[in-house]
Write a protein that binds this ligand. Structure first.
Ligand code: ADP
Ligand code: MG
Length: 345
């Protein structure tokens, strides 16, 4: 295997009857961030634990920095041998050690020269240089997570693993820490595998975003590719597109409620599902070709209004520049070229 930061080939892992990781293959280039996005139970943590060496593969191979660490057979490197940095949802700090020791002592154990200075530098990199003497219970959740980020970075690992590190934080802290993770990981130039159920987090942080469902990787691509061209209805739905709206593809048109559009390129006639994103709809006066809907609720949303609008076969949340009363009809121009149309199986 080549010197990728991480290479996974046909990874499989079951717990009893549960197939947690069905068949996953992926590559991660040095210095890049790969975010895996998936709902609860999709196999994210299981995959991360396989990479970390906390579980063994049932089938397939994993290599870190070109070294085979698990081949589902005799080859198995322990977590320590893999030299990875890990950041978990629950911080996983030692409660009886100060922040400085939480970061520094693992370095001492690994015989890092000048471990004290290296630990202090890592704490400074996450903005905690003044709080090194505090114990975890004397730190906020956000600060504790920054200590665990410092600990993960301090050993200069070849690969960083993140398992939903922001899930236990409130919205404002979540954004702050997300920005800090993006900045420090990119500064350090360390490759990272980052797991989350939050699409905006994945899009923001990832050079690449992968979508997991039932232990399978449905798509792996640049964030804007995943957003604009989801490979399956599940990816469209899970990345926040509205739908599915039932549509009919005829020989020469796509028909959705009152609206008709040219038949999408490559779509065979028949029933199909349409997904779309709010910004692909523009409110306008009702006329030929417009899509008619009805406002269900509308409320102020800072600088504009937000409405839940009934469209044929489903609903969508939209931003509006004026208040439209519940029950009123609205019409839209649809950016048909961007709409996501999937054949119904
Ligand atoms: P995620 O992190 O995406 O929520 P997990 O990897 O934790 O998903 O879980 C994937 C599936 O594997 C789930 O059905 C879960 O119940 C199951 N699972 C995970 N770990 C274990 C385990 N140690 N024993 C039994 N089942 C497990
Ligand atoms: Mg998990």
């Amino acid at each position: 295997m080549s010197a990728r930061a991480l290479e996974i080939r046909n990874a499989r892992k079951s717990y009893g009857q549960t197939r947690a990781v069905a068949d996953v293959s992926l590559d991660l280039a040095p210095g890049r961030i790969l975010c895996l996005l998936g709902p609860s139970g999709s196999g994210k943590t299981s995959l991360l634990r396989l990479v970390a060496g906390l579980e063994r593969l049932d089938g397939g191979e994993i290599a870190v920095s070109g070294a085979l660490v698990d081949d589902a057979g005799p080859r198995f490197a322990t977590p320590e041998q893999r030299a990875l940095g890990m950041v978990f949802q629950d911080y996983a700090l030692w409660p009886h050690l100060t922040a400085a020791d939480n970061v520094g002592l693992p370095l001492r154990e690994r015989r890092v020269p000048n471990w004290r200075a290296a630990g202090a530098a890592a704490l400074a990199a996450v903005g905690l240089d003044r709080l090194g003497a505090r114990y975890p219970h004397e730190l906020s959740g956000g600060q504790q997570q920054r200590v665990s980020l410092a600990r993960a970075l301090a050993a200069q690992p070849r690969l960083l693993l993140f398992d939903e590190p922001l899930s236990n934080l409130d919205a404002k802290l979540r954004d702050e820490l997300r920005d800090m993770i993006a900045a420090t990981v990119r500064d350090a130039g360390i490759a990272a595998l980052y797991i989350t159920h939050d699409q905006s987090e994945a899009f923001f942080l990832g050079d690449q975003v992968g979508v997991l469902h039932n232990g399978n990787l449905l798509q792996i691509d640049a964030p804007d590719r995943v957003y604009d061209h989801p490979a399956t209805p599940f990816v469209a739905h899970f990345t926040g597109a509205a739908g599915p709206f039932p549509v009919e593809v005829t020989d020469d048109a796509l028909v959705w409620g009152s609206a008709r559009a040219p038949r999408p390129v490559g779509q065979a006639p028949g029933k199909a599902q349409l997904f779309l994103r709010p910004q692909w709809l523009t409110p306008m006066d009702e006329g030929p070709g417009t899509l008619a809907g009805r406002v269900r609720v509308c409320g102020y949303a800072g600088g504009g209004w937000q409405a839940l609008v009934d469209l044929p076969g489903g609903t969508i949340h939209l931003r509006l520049d004026r208040r439209i009363a519940a029950g009123e009809r609205v019409a839209f121009h649809v950016d048909w070229a961007r709409c996501l149309v999937f054949r119904e199986d």
